[in-house]
Design a protein around this ligand. Structure first.
Ligand SMILES: Cc1ncc(COP(=O)(O)O)c(C=O)c1O
Length: 364
């Protein structure tokens, strides 16, 4: 058989630790899920649709796409739905990358951009973060004639940092139409800065080389259903539609997504919960003397020193977080916001872990 070298060289998928034992005993703060759970309206829609699942889904996800388009002031032809926004990253890479192409991305961002680019035999060009934030001028400089894609994650996972409108527009002005700019806005609903870029208006104006990625996995609390969507120029969306598996979005995801979109109270509660949790962690981490990255998402990145040891110590105490060395942010962990008692448990466990690591370090 003829294996592709660049796929053989990809790291094998290492599944995240699953919740073991009684779910109540472990606090899972490692996947940026919505601690409040899904919208009750989405659950009701799922229950009502359960008896119809012997039928194939609408291959166009028509109702959902129309609803998403209407909200964005775009035609449905400018919307593409995916089996999670992760699938959309994959489809973009399949659609636009050839062996040897370059893909500009941050070093210290969502890992899919790197892995899916490598799967196509393309070369990732990682640009270091500046103060934990995408360095957009440096990313613009990193573009060469071989660049086909440029990924920006805003707010950035795993640091939670954002880029404002002015530098984002400078980037778009600098990059030629030959390069597709993909702005992953998975956490946009949590962003707080007043000058957060309004890139939908760029798409409405017909910019040919911009795709925005969004998801139902974060604020909408539907991570397990797998549902994401993209806004882009109808020509780009049409092109990507040709690569996608016909029934990529299942029937239950389509009805639940529609219902979740309408539940504005659930979205507002989820955002308020993230704001309150962020304030809690910022206070508690300041008390603990741990530097954190000021972010605008539903998680916080914290400088702990030995991220692997701290993650393991927390796990032993029933709290799951994500170590960030493997993400290009060495020495930090990412804590997703949980319910108030879970957040308190996390801080209590972190206090114990730091004391025990300090104690070990002092041993002769
Ligand atoms: C920045 C970013 N983009 C995309 C995704 C993938 O989301 P989905 O569950 O919609 O595939 C994630 C998930 O953690 C993410 O953090």
């Amino acid at each position: 058989m003829h294996y592709k070298d660049w796929i053989n060289h990809l790291p094998a998928y290492k599944p995240a630790r699953l919740l073991t034992g009684k779910a109540t005993e472990m606090v899972k703060l490692s996947s940026n899920e919505n601690a409040l759970g899904p919208s009750l309206r989405a659950i009701e829609a799922l229950q009502n649709a359960a008896e119809t699942i012997y039928r194939y889904p609408d291959a166009q996800a028509g109702a959902l796409r129309r609803a998403l388009a209407e909200r964005a002031g775009l035609p449905p032809e400018a919307v593409l739905c995916g089996n999670g926004s992760d699938e959309l990253v994959f489809l973009i890479c399949v659609g636009f990358l050839r062996e040897g192409d370059e893909v500009v991305m941050a070093q210290g961002t969502f890992i899919s951009y790197l892995l899916r680019s490598q799967a196509m035999g393309a070369h990732p060009v990682p640009v270091p973060l500046r103060e934990y934030t995408h360095d957009l001028p440096a990313m613009a400089e990193a573009v060469t004639p071989a660049t086909r894609l440029l990924f920006v994650c805003n707010p950035n996972n795993p640091t939670g940092t954002t880029n404002g409108a002015s530098e984002m527009h400078d980037l778009l002005a600098h990059v030629s139409d030959e390069v597709l700019v993909v702005v992953d806005e998975a956490y946009i609903e949590f962003a707080t800065r007043p000058d957060y870029p309004d890139l939908l208006s760029e798409v409405r104006r017909g910019r040919p080389n911009l795709v925005l990625l969004r998801t139902f996995a974060k604020i909408y609390g539907l991570a397990g259903l797998r549902l994401g969507y993209a806004y882009g120029h109808p020509d780009v969306i049409d092109y990507l539609n040709r690569v996608r598996p016909v029934f990529n979005v299942n029937a239950l995801a389509q009805v639940a997504g529609l219902a979740a979109l309408d539940d504005v109270d659930h979205v507002a509660r989820s955002r308020a919960h993230a704001d309150a949790s962020r304030a809690f962690f910022e206070r508690a981490l300041t008390t603990l003397g741990l530097p954190y990255v000021p972010g605008e998402a539903n998680f916080i990145a914290v400088e702990v020193g030995d991220d692997a040891a701290v993650t393991e110590g927390l796990y032993q105490r029933g709290v799951m977080v994500t170590p960030l060395s493997g993400w290009g942010v060495p020495g930090a962990i990412r804590i997703s916001f949980g319910l108030p008692d879970q957040n308190e448990r996390c801080i209590a466990a972190l206090t114990e872990v730091l004391a025990s690591l300090e104690g070990n370090a002092r041993q002769p």
